[in-house]
Write a protein that binds this ligand. Structure first.
Ligand SMILES: CC(C)(COP(=O)(O)OP(=O)(O)OC[C@H]1O[C@@H](n2cnc3c(N)ncnc32)[C@H](O)[C@@H]1OP(=O)(O)O)[C@@H](O)C(=O)NCCC(=O)NCCS
Length: 252
């Protein structure tokens, strides 16, 4: 049995013009405009214009935009904007109305942060969200973002009483949050084994879900396992796979 079921069905892939039709179909919805700065009414060729603009900014290293895909279709967009190389970027995202509430934004933002911190080496990702956009705030908080401050907005679209909540995530807090999240998602037996290791002084250096293949939880420890005697119910086995850089891989 694999130690954790892989419920993730979301992929992100770089946004290109062939996504325009699907984007256009989803983006013209008042529930999306209500909490974003998307144009209203949305132009007929707005999606292709937007994608062309993203591609031009991408060539300058200022933007990285992604399509969010489930197993069959495009469900939304996410991206890093105003990128300052190896420094910071602004996060943006939306999910098409028919696809809300299925965990797509949370998973996509998780993948985008991995890209931002591991591949781009950014030191900070920021996000601004309307205070009353509780769904979006939850998406950020589930991905380890911290609330930094609030500010007034300058949009005619929102009530003057409404404020923007400003969030930020950095690679250190992101790794801490990932570790907490991944460890808490482990099968209770594997978590118990890991907790014994941590109690005797070993340290988690890195965790990843679905790496190196779907369904695997990867945990890189500072040292090889120190504690070998763990009582498991009969029929349950685990093994430690020695690999470069003290990688241990578990399967139940
Ligand atoms: C915000 C948005 C991206 C969320 O997408 P989504 O795929 O539905 O989000 P998820 O399903 O991943 O997560 C939503 C979370 O909000 C929670 N939620 C839903 N309604 C809520 C409410 N009224 N109060 C608090 N939390 C709420 C859900 O329970 C879920 O959390 P959980 O997984 O812990 O249960 C989507 O609603 C959207 O595109 N909105 C319009 C555009 C927008 O606001 N973009 C963000 C701009 S910053």
């Amino acid at each position: 049995m694999i130690l954790m079921a892989d419920l993730s069905e979301v992929q992100i892939e770089p946004l290109v013009l062939r996504h325009a039709v699907a984007v256009q179909r989803l983006v013209c919805h008042p529930d999306l405009a209500a909490t974003t700065r998307l144009p209203v009414p949305y132009p007929r060729d707005g999606a292709s214009q937007y994608i062309e603009q993203c591609l031009a900014e991408q060539a300058l290293g200022k933007t990285m935009a992604f399509a969010i895909l489930n197993s069959t279709s495009l469900v939304g967009l996410c991206g890093l904007h105003g990128i300052r190389e190896r420094e910071k970027a602004e996060l943006g995202y939306w999910i098409g109305r028919p696809f809300w509430g299925q965990g797509y934004a949370s998973q996509a933002v998780g993948k985008l942060l991995e890209f931002a911190f591991r591949k781009c080496g950014l030191g900070c990702v920021q996000a601004e969200v309307l205070e009353q956009n509780l769904r979006s705030r939850r998406v950020l908080e589930k991905n380890g973002f911290k609330l930094i401050s609030h500010r007034v907005h300058d949009s005619y679209r929102w009530s003057p009483d409404e404020r923007l909540a400003q969030y930020a995530a950095d690679p250190i807090q992101w790794v801490e949050y990932q570790t907490f999240r991944v460890v808490s998602m482990l099968h209770p037996l594997l978590r118990a084994i890991l907790e014994v290791e941590l109690a005797v002084g070993n340290v988690i250096l890195e965790t990843r879900k679905d790496w190196p293949e779907p369904g695997i939880v990867f945990v890189r420890m500072k040292d090889s396992f120190r504690h070998r005697r763990v009582q498991l119910p009969s029929g349950v086995h685990y093994s430690i796979v020695k690999a470069p850089r003290a990688v241990s891989r578990f399967r139940l």
